[in-house]
Design a protein around this ligand. Structure first.
Ligand code: HSE
Length: 297
């Protein structure tokens, strides 16, 4: 039996739209075994079909490897769906890893990264999902590239997950198709200095640089209670408040944990049952061997 664990991911990190992402300690687990036919266990009815992203990635990767073995897959998923925490990327990454493992690990992690980025269409969730930590990624001459960005270990990542979904399609559709030179310069300069702030633990620089003009101004209106939750978090301590991926989840980064008082204010003042989770930066995708989780890379 092959067991795979893949992390939730938070993409964009403010100004790093479609480029930056980080892996978090919230996981989906998959137990995979060869079978006579495909079978998905513990999957909601609406996702239990051939469009299931794990299955699609498994079959696509098996096709590339030239050998497809039907599998029974038991899902144990904790990453909420359509909340901006990379649930689709987690399924795609796990499906591709499963196919590669059952074919004898013929693909390197770099090749797997090409495959999962091609399936997802952008690399900012799949890169940290596969590699862990924080990543910056781009596409060059048709090939996806990714690099690790170090993060000062003192930073705390508080993820605030409301009870409603935002579809990525909708959240992408509302974005402008063109941006001014001023906004382009704003985002590239902020993204570069945000990486430096995270690397060095410079909270002042992080607060100055974690600003975005590409997606957050347009998407915040899709997130009920956004202003209230943001203001409570920013009042709590020196911190930054970001939309995780395309939302609806938001993420606070600071050097201290959100106070009990602020947690109560969010629970009592909002109408959307925000779940607040304190997470750490995670290593990337793992498989179970010799009684421990081992990273794919
Ligand atoms: N970078 C993507 C977006 C992440 O913000 O649309 C969501 O999958």
């Amino acid at each position: 039996m092959l067991k795979i664990r893949v992390p939730a991911t938070s993409a964009n990190i403010g100004p790093g739209f479609d480029c930056l992402g980080l892996a978090l300690t919230l996981y989906n687990y998959f137990s995979v075994e060869p079978s006579d036919s495909y079978e998905l266990v513990n999957v909601e009815e609406e996702f239990n079909n051939s469009d299931n992203l794990f299955l699609e990635a498994y079959r696509y990767t098996s096709g590339l490897l030239g050998s497809e073995t039907p599998v029974k897959v038991t899902f144990d998923c904790n990453i909420p769906i359509s909340r901006g925490l990379g649930s689709s990327s987690a399924l795609i990454t796990a499906g591709a890893i499963a196919a590669n493992k059952l074919c004898g690990d013929k693909m390197s992690s770099g090749e797997l990264f090409q495959v999962i980025s091609d399936i997802e269409g952008h690399p900012d969730n799949v890169a940290p999902c596969l590699y862990g930590g924080m990543t910056a990624s781009l596409q060059n001459d048709g090939r996806w590239l990714s690099a690790q960005i170090s993060i000062d270990s003192r930073f705390k990542f508080c993820v605030l997950i409301p009870d409603f979904e935002v579809s990525t399609e909708q959240a992408r559709a509302i974005l402008p198709s063109e941006y001014s030179r001023e906004d382009s310069v704003f985002n590239s300069s902020h993204a570069i200095l945000l990486c430096e702030a995270l690397r060095t633990g410079n909270m002042g620089l992080l607060m100055a640089s974690a600003k975005d003009r590409i997606h957050e101004p347009y998407r915040m209106r899709l997130i009920h209670d956004y202003d209230l939750v943001r203001d409570i978090c920013l009042d709590d301590s020196d911190s930054v408040f970001l939309i995780s991926g395309s939302g609806s989840t938001c993420m606070m980064i600071s050097m201290s944990e959100l106070s009990e008082k602020s947690r109560s204010r969010i629970h009592e003042g909002t109408s959307h049952n925000w779940e607040i989770r304190d997470l750490q930066i995670s290593q990337g995708a793992c498989y179970w061997e010799d009684h421990k989780w081992k990273t794919i890379i």
